[in-house]
Design a protein around this ligand. Sequence first.
Ligand code: 6PG
Length: 268
Amino acid sequence: MARAVTDVPMREGGAGVFVLPTPSELARAVAGRLWGVARERTGAGPVHIALSGGETPRKAYQTLAAEPYRGRFPWGSVHFWQTDERFVPASDPRSNRRMIGEALLSRAPVPRGNFHGIDTSLPGPGEAARAYASELRGAFPGAPGGVPRFDVAVLGIGADGHTASLFPGSPALAEELALALPVEGGDPPLPRVTVTLPVLNAVLRVVFVLQGEGKAKVMRDVVAAFRDPSLRSPGLPATLVAPRRGTVVFLADAAAASLLPASSRSPG
Ligand code: 6PG
């Protein structure tokens, strides 16, 4: 099990940074944190968890779906959502839905109806974004400002600083009303659907996960912006994730954390 760590509330500035020696320990730390939040929040109603795609979280989702977490996780009370999706069929190897399905949904007793995916069988990303936004609104009735409040969001960060499918310089970064938008981005670029910053900035606990030396530079730059908010910039979208009342934690393996100044790491 991951050791207990204390998140740093955004209003006090900064974010917790925890470095795990290996990718396997990183995966256990992420799974442990999801389990911890789910356990803590169950009883107060359904727990909502937003999952990013890409490759980094695959091992964490597999770990959550395996013992010792599998038998202890309150599957019946937890709803899983996507942070973003590439607009490809669900069978496509690039599909985030497919990755989440392989790593988690096919292995764990997630009740039918407790996974809320972005529907890429709709005619286009605009329709998929609207349908997803409407499903979000329906699941969080009475949410302040109509913005859903995920209990936790697992976010990756691209080497260019994108998070979810919010890419550097994208007009989507300025969105203040829509919960989900059609966008284009990635390498090679693809149409995608992403939740917007108002949604990410209403999350109670943001968990950024970074693995491998290819993420070392972006991790150094993003963590620096959490220490010094004047460095936040649309050129580095992950730095714009600053939940008003939530906490942010970075979980990284040693390779991703290799360029961090020692003073950036949290004790514990
Ligand atoms: C996606 C994601 C995206 C991802 C980063 C990091 O659809 O690509 O959800 O935001 O988290 O690109 O991806 P990797 O984990 O594959 O490096």
